[in-house]
Unconditional design. Structure first.
Length: 323
């Protein structure tokens, strides 16, 4: 794991991080939220849930937390937890800029977030992020970079991000959509004064969507830390929503389906950190059992039959309702 702060995390579960996308705001596209969260999703309720998850994650060895400006109040909740836990100096904090949260704490707002990768958006959101997290921010990523993003060719933005990196904050990006591989390879080519700009990449990879795998392997070989998001496909690979083969492999090993989904990603040699999107402490505990699963060739072969065409996968994802 070349990302220096993460490289120093040596706990058994350090390769699993906790993402706050589903608890920093009342609405998200994860399945089964009506069963996993209470009907009351007020700010205080989700603040308490986030803090409970962070306590459990830290106690069980998780050392990477993933947030974003568009995750509602996730950065705020995280900042409060860090202030209350001065002992957690080894917790590594990543966040993202490029989307503005516009849902006004509504579950199903017509426009929950707005994308903007311009330099002005970076300056505004970086100020907002550091206003909450201060010097605890270890990693700042462009949120959902695509191959047609203006951020790939904006030299002024690159220079500003290089300044941020020189000051000690790691600079990375996340990718999204059916052309993730194209975006990843384009970002790998971005340099400032002859040096690669990005040191981390975050992308979707799971049993249903594996198309970014070769590009993520290339990124790993180039020295980037790879962070995997949506390892459970927004709930499609968890619980009773999971395909039968995932549930069967889990049952044979005495584990839940979500542990199988995470184990498959952890099995990839290029995977540095795999994010859990747990919204309950019970889910988190189940996720953290994933390193116990032995994925032998027979199990891997059975799981490989689940792969979907990228366009179909992302079309399905886009149809999921915010709930």
């Amino acid at each position: 794991m070349p990302f220096t702060r993460l490289n120093r995390a040596t706990t058994p579960t350090s390769h699993i991080g906790l993402g706050l996308a589903a608890v920093g705001r009342p609405g998200y596209i994860t399945l089964r939220r009506d069963r996993d969260l209470p009907a009351d999703r007020g700010v205080d309720t989700l603040r308490a849930r986030t803090h409970e998850l962070l306590d459990a994650a830290y106690a069980q060895g998780v050392r990477y937390i993933d947030a974003a400006r568009s995750y509602g109040r996730a950065e705020e909740f995280l900042a409060e937890w860090l202030a209350a836990r001065p002992d957690a100096t080894d917790m590594v904090i990543g966040s993202k800029w490029g989307y503005t949260y516009t849902a006004d704490w509504q579950v199903d707002a017509e426009t929950p977030e707005v994308k903007d990768h311009a330099l002005a958006a970076f300056e505004r959101q970086y100020g907002e992020t550091t206003g909450l997290l201060g010097d605890r921010l270890d990693l700042y990523q462009i949120h959902s970079l695509t191959a047609d993003s203006p951020a790939l060719g904006d030299k002024d933005l690159h220079a500003r991000l290089a300044e941020l990196a020189a000051s000690g904050t790691t600079v990375g990006f996340s990718a999204s959509g059916p052309a993730q591989a194209e975006a990843i390879r384009a970002a790998l080519a971005v340099t400032v004064d002859g040096e690669p700009l990005f040191r981390t990449v975050q992308a979707t990879y799971n049993a249903l969507e594996t198309s970014a795998g070769p590009a993520l392997s290339d990124a790993h070989d180039a020295g980037l830390t790879v962070i995997v998001k949506e390892a459970m496909a927004n709930g499609r690979l968890a619980g009773t929503e999971a395909p039968a083969v995932v549930q069967e492999i889990g049952a044979d090993a005495g584990l839940d389906a979500d542990a199988v989904a995470l184990a498959l990603v952890l099995h990839q040699p290029w995977a540095g950190v795999v994010l859990s999107g747990a919204v309950t402490v019970t889910q988190l505990a189940a996720n953290l059992h994933s390193p116990l699963l032995d994925l032998d060739p027979e199990r891997l072969d059975r799981l490989s039959a689940l792969v979907e065409e990228p366009e179909a996968y992302w079309r399905h994802r886009a149809s999921l309702p915010w709930s």
